[in-house]
Design a protein around this ligand. Structure first.
Ligand code: ATP
Length: 387
């Protein structure tokens, strides 16, 4: 049994912010038989990779789904087929299944679909041991907070244009609620902006950065004491915080912008009443020219060390994260987004990547998560990588 003790008083303390506390986590884990841990994921997004990786690391697995067709789909991939299913009528019903899942010793691996299906608020209150640091989600889910975090980390971000009348070169207009790039538009000047904008919605105007998009998938292991160690800043100055690893890199196929050039210039397209959209339809593997790797690591290290300073006593980054970047022809990165969890762009690398294979053949991000959990169980540190 998990030996870490938790006082009854700690568990009875009122939860002022209604979020999950470290005391909650320790309380749940005190009831876990860690030799029986099950890795659980919502069957979507990157779950094939997560479940496949968990099986390779020797864990039992559980998938959560709505609708029998999901279950049928997974039967097409026996290497990732879970040992058990939790079938729901609605993903929000997961909130009422937490006791059952804890009895099964489940650790949830969060991904973009879980957060989207449950809603950020429900997710922050989900009473289940969850891989990674949920508190980071607040920073990830606000564009302004993300920008603050990235800039404090030494990453250059696309310029923000506060007054549309200042648009003097191409910009991308992003609506607050837009998902997966749907509904964004490009404007060349103020007139163009005015013609296309929906003023009823909240939006941000960013400089349109011309260059190649690279999505860098990193993993931060706070328990590892070797390899590329991240150094702390401010409250952690002088400390080494854990190991940073580059797992893989992708670029996205986006419909229809990636194929737009085939129809002519932006002017021709406007005449045809066509606007580019940025809806992700797939992912392709890439590698970066090696001379850009030191900068990629510098940015990722900055993001990790700053993550420990986001709030007082922040537990910082834990596990997988992705820097979404554009590299210009001056060989400079602009980081336009950060995801503090496994991203679907890591899916081309179920059997490893040009980077992860150098260290261990066949290591996907999904498998790396389970490896981290396995090591934490062996060393009695499970509470340090879950929330
Ligand atoms: P997701 O959450 O799925 O990552 P999203 O809705 O948050 O998507 P972004 O990732 O911000 O959208 O952007 C979607 C796409 O728009 C990017 O993949 C990229 O092609 C393009 N894009 C975003 N910001 C810029 C920018 N400043 N300059 C040029 N292109 C951009």
């Amino acid at each position: 049994m998990f030996s870490e003790c938790v006082t009854v008083i700690e568990c009875l303390l009122p939860r002022l912010n209604m979020g999950i506390t470290e005391a909650d986590l320790r309380w749940w884990l005190s009831g876990y038989d860690v030799s029986q841990v099950m890795i659980g994921a919502v069957a979507s997004h990157s779950a094939l990779q997560i479940l496949h990786g968990a099986k390779l690391e020797g864990f039992r697995t559980l998938a959560i789904a709505v609708g029998a067709d999901k279950r049928r789909l997974y039967s097409a991939f026996p290497g990732a087929e879970p040992d058990e299913w939790l079938m729901l009528d609605d993903y929000k019903d997961l909130m009422t299944q937490v006791e059952w899942l804890r009895k099964k010793q489940v650790i949830i691996i969060p991904h973009g679909s879980l957060v989207e299906y449950l809603g950020a608020d429900n997710y922050s209150k989900l009473e289940l041991p969850t891989f990674g640091n949920r508190e980071i989600l607040r920073w990830e889910s606000s564009r302004e907070k993300q920008r603050q975090w990235l800039e404090n980390s030494g990453c250059k971000t696309p310029k923000v244009i506060n007054d549309p009348r200042d648009i003097d070169s191409p910009v991308i207009v992003k609506y607050a609620g837009a998902k997966g790039g749907r509904g964004y538009f490009i404007a060349r000047d103020y007139r163009d902006f005015r013609r296309n904008v929906n003023l009823d919605e909240e939006f941000t105007i960013q400089e349109y950065v011309l260059g190649c998009r690279y999505y860098l998938h990193f993993f931060f292991d706070p328990l590892a004491e070797d390899g590329y160690q991240v150094h702390g800043i401010k409250s952690n100055a002088g400390k080494t915080l854990g190991r940073l690893e580059l797992m893989s890199m992708d670029r996205r196929d986006e419909s229809n912008v990636d194929e737009f050039y085939k129809l002519g210039s932006l002017r021709d397209l406007r005449e045809m009443a066509l606007e580019p959209s940025f809806v992700v339809t797939g992912n392709m593997p890439v590698v970066l020219r090696e001379s850009l790797l030191p900068e990629a690591f510098r940015m990722a290290e900055g993001v990790v060390s700053t993550s420990f300073e986001l709030e007082e006593n922040s537990r910082g980054m834990i596990g997988a994260f992705c820097l979404e970047t554009i590299v210009t022809d001056k060989l400079e990165f602009r980081v336009f987004e950060i995801s503090a969890r496994i991203v679907a762009g890591s899916n081309p690398f179920v059997s490893g990547s040009s980077y992860s294979d150098i260290n261990e053949k066949g290591m996907s991000t999904g498998r790396r998560i389970s490896r981290c959990i396995k090591k934490a169980i062996e060393t009695g540190n499970l509470n340090r990588i879950l929330s």
